[in-house]
Design a protein around this ligand. Structure first.
Ligand code: HDE
Length: 683
């Protein structure tokens, strides 16, 4: 009996894909040798041992064994997309860089958005800062703007970064918690690091639990320099502003999303782009001179400080659109190598000591992660403009340089690369300083902006911040750490400190931390809110519509098309994915089965149910929970007559967020926002 007959005999599946009529590419080894059997290894006898000679098996298994590369030490979990950036306003007075002077030019980009603390396989929705890294493949080389969704950072000096990261990552003895800051080592470090408290306010706000990666801001954090044709420097801070506005989840929703869908944010980004709903961000700059900076009530080189928009307004200069999903997650999203040191002629760094440390770290990290100084040759990292120099060889060299000259200066080869007058030039900064391990006094005020952030929030957001700190400290087991945190909060805002103390059941307040510099009362800055930046739109959002046996097709279709008209998606949900028979006898398929589609994954929910089905469903916990969670998470609920009975039975109170879908306009209006007033019932 031949081997082919054996395969047929055992029915191992080979015959299934051989029946396909499509013309396939030939399956080969990595050496291009055709493979005739990819189902059975080479054996001595039918039931005998596998032979070492089986080069096909060995090649396949060896490659598989080496498929993983070290994940990023931070920002390991990320999602990315391709797109482009288009300049709308020239900054020619400030810089020579073409990306900021050639209005209308479309520059390809690759943008990766990540969590910080968790591993590559961790969930999408823990409370965490999000990385917002953009690689712009400009005509003058690659520019990487490697930022976060929060405009400030936890520490002032790069030398503290490994400690911060070790503190937030899972604790080294027990290996948990994964991807979360609610544990002793993080808060121990934070409570001993006063400079971190401004960023803590942001990290405890709803910015750290976004609804969608399409609805977050991005910040370059540090000041950079723009250099014009005369060699003059202007400082610049970069901001990405989402066209969809800001939107976050509420904490209970974020926690429940972890079991509902580990990949919630990744899926949301992928599906939006896949269906042509391309996310866009405006790029805005804050420009200021050295002299202006000297008059600020803080040091702009301190990365724990931001420049309020009220002090230096934002100027929108262009737009980024993400319009193409990666073809391959590993080749692109995993292998993309961002480095803040990748800047262009006409730009330069500032002396922010955190930025200065990053300029070393990222190149070093790429060498260990990607394993070779030739990581720039991987397609996702390669510039899209010509590049050439005399660097040679190394692991995985893809290039085949020609000629005998691999040095510079040289005279033997006319076309060998030379220096150019348009190449990168550093800003000519003068120093008259002495060497030392020092921190400037101008970095010493750690609380004024933390307070400014807190008082600028709406009452709702202030409550969320207090609740988040209570949650985190309740997970901290060491009382001394909790007390130390509260002693810092007392410097920021006494009411906040009292609220947190009450939330964790503290009988006696600790004394306030002795701040090195007495905090100033800075004016409120509404631009720091999320609620104020929510857009009154349904665009980019998803509504879940529950139907069942006997539901009215007209009602479903009418509702679906009204939602679609708003630029939102409507997903049909039923108790069986095969759907249900409608009142007109037609079968309607569901997009999702209710067990796999809890209401946390939707922005609003609707029920179209007959009174009989409503009665039956009111006994099902999964359906009760569907509507109740939507209500608790402050989402709009739309109902017909049948569903109305169900809502009454479950005990959902009617408010302006609960609407009869006979009046679809009212439902749509209510679905564009969250119904914050409900929170009072739960506090
Ligand atoms: Fe990073 N950071 N970082 N970071 N960072 C990395 O580089 C580092 C900091 C940020 O999607 C690493 O390729 C140091 C601030 C993003 O691939 C590593 C310091 C900001 C990403 C590294 C900081 C960031 C990283 C790990 C303090 C916001 C993900 C893997 C001096 C402005 C990029 C890698 C991506 C990744 C070092 C602080 C943003 C180890 C030493 C501040 C968005 O090199």
């Amino acid at each position: 009996m031949t081997q082919k007959n054996d395969n047929e005999f055992y029915g191992n599946g080979q015959e299934l894909h051989q029946t396909s009529t499509k013309k396939h590419k030939k399956l080969t080894t990595n050496q291009g040798v055709g493979i005739s059997d990819n189902q059975n290894s080479l054996k001595y006898g039918k039931r005998g041992p596998t032979l070492l000679e089986d080069f096909i098996l060995r090649e396949k298994i060896t490659h598989f064994d080496h498929e993983r590369i070290p994940e990023r030490i931070v920002h390991a979990r990320g999602s990315a997309a391709h797109g482009h950036f288009k300049l709308t306003k020239s900054l020619a007075d400030y810089t020579t860089t073409k990306i900021f002077t050639e209005v209308g030019t479309e520059t390809p980009v690759f943008c990766r958005i990540s969590t910080v603390a968790g591993g590559a396989g961790s969930v999408d929705t823990p409370r965490d800062v999000r990385g917002f890294a953009v690689k712009l493949y400009t005509s003058e080389g690659n520019w990487d703007l490697v930022g976060n969704n929060i405009p400030v950072f936890f520490i002032q000096d790069a030398i503290k970064f490994p400690d911060l990261v070790h503190a937030v990552k899972m604790e080294p003895d027990r290996g948990y918690p994964q991807a979360g800051s609610a544990h002793d080592t993080f808060w121990d470090f934070i409570s001993l690091t006063p400079e971190s408290f401004h960023t803590i306010m942001w990290a405890m706000s709803d910015r750290a639990i976004p609804r969608s990666l399409r609805m977050i801001e991005g910040f370059g954090i540090h000041s950079f320099r723009l250099i014009n044709a005369e060699g003059q420097s202007t400082f610049v801070k970069f901001h990405w502003r989402p066209k969809l506005g800001l939107q976050s989840t509420v904490w209970d929703e974020a926690a429940k999303l972890q079991y509902a869908d580990n990949d919630f944010l990744r899926r949301d980004l992928y599906e939006a782009i896949d269906q042509g709903d391309f996310p866009e961000w405006d790029l805005a700059v804050q420009l200021f001179t050295e002299e202006e900076a000297e008059a600020f009530p803080f040091d702009h080189l301190d990365p724990t400080k931001l420049i309020p928009e009220e002090l230096v307004p934002l100027k929108v200069i262009g737009t980024m659109v993400l319009d193409r999903n990666p073809d391959n997650f590993f080749a692109e999203t995993e292998q993309v190598a961002f480095c803040p040191s990748h800047i262009l002629p006409g730009m330069d760094f500032s002396n922010d000591p955190l930025l200065q440390g990053r300029l070393f770290s990222y190149l070093d990290t790429q060498l260990s992660r990607l394993g070779s100084p030739n990581f720039n040759q991987i397609p996702i990292n390669a510039p899209k403009c010509p590049f050439s120099n005399q660097q040679r060889d190394g692991h995985m060299q893809m290039d085949v340089p020609k000629g005998r000259v691999a040095y510079e200066p040289s005279s033997l080869q006319a076309d060998s690369p030379r220096e150019s007058t348009t190449g990168f030039k550093s800003f000519n900064e003068e120093f008259n300083e002495s060497k030392g391990r020092v921190r400037p006094e101008s970095f010493a005020d750690h609380y004024s902006q933390a307070r400014q952030f807190y008082i600028s929030q709406t009452k709702i957001e202030q409550n969320h911040i207090a609740n988040a700190i209570v949650f985190e400290l309740s997970k901290v087991e060491t009382q001394a750490v909790r007390l130390r945190v509260i002693s810092h909060l007392m410097v920021i805002d006494k009411k906040l400190a009292n609220k947190v103390a009450e939330g964790i059941g503290l009988d006696e307040m600790p004394s306030a931390f002795k701040a090195a510099v007495k905090p100033k009362d800075l004016p409120e800055s509404p631009a720091l809110q999320i609620i104020g930046k929510m857009k009154d739109t349904l665009k980019g959002r998803t509504v879940g519509l529950l139907f069942g046996e006997g539901s009215d097709e007209n009602q479903i279709k009418r509702t679906q098309s009204a939602i679609k008209k708003e630029g939102a998606t409507c997903k049909l949900i039923a108790t069986k994915v095969g759907g249900a028979k409608l009142s007109n006898g037609k079968k309607l398929e569901a997009d999702m089965q209710i067990d796999g589609a809890p209401s946390v994954i939707f922005d609003a929910v609707i029920g179209v149910l007959t009174p009989e089905m409503a009665k039956k469903y009111s006994k099902l916990p999964v359906i009760n929970e569907w509507f109740m969670n939507a209500y608790v998470h402050l989402k709009a609920i739309g109902h017909d007559e049948g569903t109305n009975m169900l809502l009454d039975k479950i005990g959902i109170m009617k408010d302006e967020g609960v609407n009869d879908i006979m009046n679809l306009d009212a439902f749509i209006k209510s679905a564009k926002t969250r119904h914050w007033a409900r929170e009072k019932q739960f506090s």
